[in-house]
Design a protein around this ligand. Structure first.
Ligand SMILES: Cc1cc2nc3c(=O)[nH]c(=O)nc-3n(C[C@H](O)[C@H](O)[C@H](O)COP(=O)(O)OP(=O)(O)OC[C@H]3O[C@@H](n4cnc5c(N)ncnc54)[C@H](O)[C@@H]3O)c2cc1C
Length: 338
């Protein structure tokens, strides 16, 4: 029952952390087999997947994003391709590569160095909360850790529809939100999201699907954070959505969960090897995350701007940003963020 590291959550952040830990006993806990419950549209930058050597999980790649605002259209030509991925394959490959023991259990909370689950208690000096937006472990230590005002919400369905581009519609079907089509070779993940955490989105999605003569075929989704939270609470590390590391404005949380999860795992590795102690490790990780705060704040400002101005200004600025030189500069800064 004693481990060198315990990771709660076997999705992007948890698996990225587990992959960095090359020594010691690591326990990865999730209530579902990794990769079996996809919540997200699973679109990310192609280089992110390539750098991890997980090309087998790529479903479709894109070089163009089309954003529609009322009757206007803005085309963004990407210098780096974007792709949709097979979540199951991605997670299972990461799991296979790690040396973590997997336990299918529901995590309830943490007490000192003990993680409490429905399958018993497990202890470790290094505990990582990668349980997603609910931050199950940190939330059990700190009341009010999860703040509903800092959450966006999205749902999506999968339908047979093919396209060569990533498509977004601004504000048409969701108030202060977007509708999207992420093609996946022969079918598409079609969803709707609200920046203000509105959860009654089904009608909006139904309305959107009318133009394709289609109906919702099963729904998935949930909340995703749009504000950074504390990256450590007491003696535990947080990575991914649990630490609010999903980017505001774009809602991109996979790449950041991998980025911070990897860093967290590599720091834990140093603690296990005795190179640093836990206190130092927690402090290094906090500093690393705080180093990204400026970028997250800028994205949050962009999100606040987007939801507060009339559609005309959204179109005007989108068009300006889509200019080749400006977009190339912005997208390279955006990529360097994680
Ligand atoms: C509709 C929608 C579409 C999205 N589309 C994209 C996109 O296209 N691209 C992108 O980059 N981001 C997207 N996101 C955001 C992205 O999904 C998240 O930011 C990302 O999944 C965060 O990864 P994570 O590992 O931190 O958390 P999660 O992926 O949420 O994983 C948390 C893990 O913890 C487990 N868990 C939770 N509670 C417990 C418990 N009590 N006990 C045991 N295990 C538990 C869960 O089973 C899960 O495996 C989208 C989000 C939504 C809701």
């Amino acid at each position: 029952m004693d481990y060198d590291c315990i990771i709660a959550g076997g999705s992007f952040a948890g698996l990225a952390a587990a992959n960095q830990i090359k020594r010691g006993r690591v326990l990865l806990i999730d209530r579902k087999e990794p990769g079996t419950f996809r919540r997200s549209a699973c679109g990310t930058l192609l280089p992110t997947v390539e750098e991890l050597g997980l090309e087998d999980s790529i479903i479709q790649t894109f070089k163009t994003i089309i954003v529609r605002i009322d009757s206007r259209k803005v085309v963004f030509n990407l210098p780096y391709a974007f792709c949709t991925i097979d979540y199951k394959k991605f997670c299972q490959d990461l799991l296979k590569r790690s040396r973590a023991e997997f336990l299918k259990a529901a995590v309830r909370g943490v007490k000192g160095d003990k993680v409490i689950t429905d399958k018993g208690e497990f202890s470790s000096q290094c505990i990582i909360d990668a349980s997603g937006w609910k931050a199950v472990l940190a939330g059990s230590l700190k009341k009010g850790f999860v703040c509903k005002e800092d959450l966006s919400f999205g749902i999506e369905t999968v339908l047979p529809y093919s396209d060569n581009n990533l498509n977004f519609w601004w504000n048409g079907f969701a108030d202060k939100g977007v509708t999207w089509i992420f093609p996946c070779t022969g079918q598409s993940r079609i969803g709707i999201g609200s920046y203000i955490g509105q959860t009654r989105l089904k009608e909006g999605l139904e309305g959107f699907l009318e133009q394709f003569d289609s109906e919702i075929d099963g729904l998935r989704g949930g909340f995703f954070p749009n504000r950074l939270r504390e990256p450590t609470v007491e003696n535990i590390f947080l990575a991914g959505d649990s630490a609010g590391q999903c980017l505001p404005l774009t809602g991109e949380g996979i790449r950041t969960a991998l980025h911070f999860g990897q860093k967290c795992g590599s720091i834990v590795q140093r603690i296990i090897e005795g190179e640093i102690d836990r206190k130092q490790g927690l402090s290094y990780y906090r500093d690393f995350v705080v180093g990204h705060k400026g970028a997250f704040d800028t994205m949050a400002k962009g999100q606040r701007f987007l939801i507060s101005v009339p559609n005309f200004w959204v179109w005007f600025f989108s068009r300006l940003l889509s200019r080749k030189i400006i977009f190339k500069h912005i997208i390279s800064k955006y990529r360097d963020l994680a």
